[in-house]
Design a protein around this ligand. Sequence first.
Ligand SMILES: [Zn+2]
Length: 188
Amino acid sequence: MHEVMGQNGFHAVLNIARLPYLVDSYPPPDFEPGLRFDEVGRLMEAVEGIYGVRGGRRLIKQSGHYCFKYGIEGFGGVIGFADFALRLIPVSLRVRIGLEVLAEIFNRYSDQFITLGENEDWYFFMMKQCGLCWGRQTEGVACALAEGLLEETLYWITRGRRFAVEEFICLATGQAMCAIQVGKTPLN
Ligand SMILES: [Zn+2]
């Protein structure tokens, strides 16, 4: 978020979100949970409060892209091997692997609870417990950070392909889960 909104913008967000203790003191890049779910929910709400719902969600989605870029650095050497192995795997299978690995990481290292589903045209990334919209009540779907993270993961794992990635139901709008649909056919 700091990358996307700049220092001043992000500090304003932290203050509105009642998280001033994070100014200039971000959690370290490791697998320990650095923020509570209610704090993450407040962070998202503050971004939308400052930049508007539409503009805010666009910035949050971009932040999701950066989450992938920073997140993958932490995997170091494993990525070099994955990079090599991926070349041998067809694009359609890479998409499935990307979603499975992401779900596994979330389930193992956070309290986010993710299951996967699919039909002929779509994969479904379903979050029955979701930290991104925790404590929120919104008009529309609110988990743009997960959309951005998925977009960037698939872009990387397929070497530059883009896919339709869209949240279509959300806990914050009163539904039973947050769910993001991911098109099986690349857009490019
Ligand atoms: Zn959510």
